[in-house]
Design a protein around this ligand. Structure first.
Ligand code: G4P
Length: 526
């Protein structure tokens, strides 16, 4: 197969959801369709068991197991599909945000009973910022839940998506009889036989004809007709270009655990979802079909076992062909690096790859050279955009608890920040170090890892901070004046950029009012 065909047949995407909506179940069903796994329950996903939510060591262990499922590749109908797994635990949201920089599209799973939940809102916001095409799967139709139209309203208002249902449920909960595939004009009937469920498909070109009544109970058939009339009147027809432009999201209904509605979702997905898209760098747009290789690191996974201190850097290939044992430029350090064991992922199996193509993810063994956002090329000095840090939400001062180990502490903090575990700021007035995180768990993770991996000890001191935001302004004098007047609240991030530490929402609002020439940013890239 030629280089261009290899690119065209790739689909790299992530499934995102609020924990418990059914992301793991859906992932597993997709892998079963692809023949990548043979039995349900084979995927040890990034999902963190509920019982372990307060035990971070257990969580880290589970994260360790999940390295293998960070990327799940499989073949389906001649396509190479790469699913990137995202951690469900909200304390690792930053990990998920970064993974979203490495995909070309996403599927959002929503629980029919719970509707749009908080984590879904946050994640979809990140996708919208990047204009990522989104397909929505409404799950758990075998349980009672919200009315279909109400749910679509909720998706439109809370997630800001324009939707277009491609299937419609017929009843739900104990009365669930199936879904009507609007896209293909087919009726998929749901039949439960004890614990076993079966799907039967019937072609129904006209839902107003008698054929429908032969398969669906009268009341539900009439309900379906009425609802489809509303759907047709209210929602636009599916338009592939609008979907690719992230202006329209097709919606499917089903039940992942019963494997119902999943095949329709997958078949539509492979038909409409984009193959690898161009990537933006500070210098220029990179097209996947360019001959020369380029890629960026979007995730670093450290091994928590002290006997195996290696890390795996996950690289998304953006253009050209990545080859084993070839020298590539590590743009930040200007060093040439070559990799003898690049790893590819197929479902739960890992294997060494000789060649990988745009859209693929390779895992590179790393002893500490890589940082999130790093670029590898064949020589060109490129810097990929769109891998920002987000304003953290929790802050603590970090102090050295063992004066003899100051160097180890500095090194450990540096490396953990490069991995993207948290963000480090240095207060301008007194050089005190502040750690900012998205979840409380990270503080424990850092403390534990500093001790076990670097032999350093740290102590935290509380600090009440509402938000850290990056500042910029066209007028240098005004910027300097701001920094002088707000010196007590100024810090720099690890790249030396100015950050304003707002103690409260009110303080931030006042600063915005008093200094109209200054821009306040909630992500590091602006
Ligand atoms: P997540 O990765 O999004 O966190 O969700 P996951 O797939 O683990 O699903 C969360 C729970 O919802 C699981 O039950 C799963 O079996 C159930 N589930 C998934 N899809 C459906 C569906 O279509 N219908 C119904 N009724 N349930 C569904 P659990 O009891 O938490 O775990 P388990 O013991 O079943 O693994």
């Amino acid at each position: 197969m030629g280089f261009l065909e290899e690119i065209k047949r790739r689909r790299t995407f992530a499934i995102i959801s609020h924990p418990d909506a059914g992301k793991t179940t859906l992932t597993e069903k997709l892998l079963l369709f692809g023949g990548a796994i043979q039995v349900a329950g084979a995927v040890k996903s990034n999902k963190i068991k509920k019982t372990a939510t307060s035990d971070f060591m257990e969580i880290e262990k589970q994260r360790g197991i999940s390295v293998a499922t960070s990327v799940m590749g499989f073949e389906y109908k001649g396509l190479k599909i790469n699913i990137l797994d995202t951690p469900g635990h909200q304390d690792f949201a930053e990990d998920t945000y970064r993974t979203l920089t490495a995909v070309d599209s996403v599927i959002v799973v929503i629980d029919v009973a719970k509707g749009v939940e908080m984590q879904t809102e946050k994640l979809v916001k990140v996708c919208r910022m990047r204009d990522t095409p989104i397909i929505v799967f409404i799950n758990k139709l075998d349980r009672d839940g919200k009315d279909g139209i109400d749910l679509l309203d909720e998706i439109e208002t809370k997630l800001g998506l324009n939707v277009c249902p491609l299937s419609w449920p017929i009843g739900m909960g104990p009365e669930f009889e199936g879904v009507y595939n609007i896209y293909e004009k087919k009726l998929n009937l749901f039949q439960a036989h004890g614990k076993q469920t079966q799907e039967e498909t019937v072609q129904i070109n006209d839902v107003f004809g008698e054929e429908l009544d032969k398969h669906v109970s009268k009341r539900l058939a009439n309900e379906l007709r009425e609802e489809l009339e509303t759907v047709q009147a209210v929602y636009p027809e599916f338009d592939k270009q609008a979907y690719l432009d992230a202006q329209l999201s097709p919606v499917f209904f089903g039940s992942a655990i019963n494997n119902f509605g999943v095949k329709e979702l997958l078949d539509c997905f492979i038909e409409v979802a984009p193959s690898p898209l161009p990537s933006h760098t500070e210098e220029r747009l990179i097209k996947p079909e360019e001959n020369k290789f380029s890629g960026f690191v979007f995730k670093i996974h450290a091994n928590i076992d002290p006997k195996h201190r290696d890390r795996i850097a996950f690289v998304r290939i953006c253009s050209g062909q990545f080859e084993r044992n070839k020298n590539y430029l590590h743009v930040r350090s200007t060093k040439k690096l070559k990799f003898s064991n690049p790893t590819a992922f197929m479902a739960e199996k890992k294997s060494v790859v000789d060649v990988a193509y745009p859209g693929d993810i390779v895992g590179l063994y790393d002893s500490g050279k890589f940082k999130i956002g790093d670029t590898l090329t064949e020589g060109e000095k490129l810097h990929f955009k769109g891998i920002p840090s987000f304003s953290p939400e929790l802050f603590r001062y970090v102090e050295n608890a063992n004066p003899l180990k100051a160097k180890q502490l500095a090194k450990g903090l540096d490396q953990l920040m490069d991995e993207g575990v948290a963000q480090l700021f240095k207060q301008s007035m007194n050089n005190r170090k502040i750690i900012g995180t998205v979840g409380a768990l990270q503080f424990e993770v850092i403390q534990y890892r500093l001790e076990h991996e670097y032999g350093a000890k740290c102590r935290y001191e509380p600090m009440a901070l509402y938000k850290a935001c990056w500042i910029s302004g066209d007028d240098v004098n005004k910027l300097e004046e701001f920094k002088r007047k707000k010196l007590r609240f100024m810090a720099v991030d690890k790249d030396g950029r100015d950050v304003f530490l707002a103690e409260s929402a009110w303080m931030l609002q006042m600063a915005q009012q008093d200094f109209p020439g200054i821009q306040f940013h909630f992500k590091s890239e602006f």
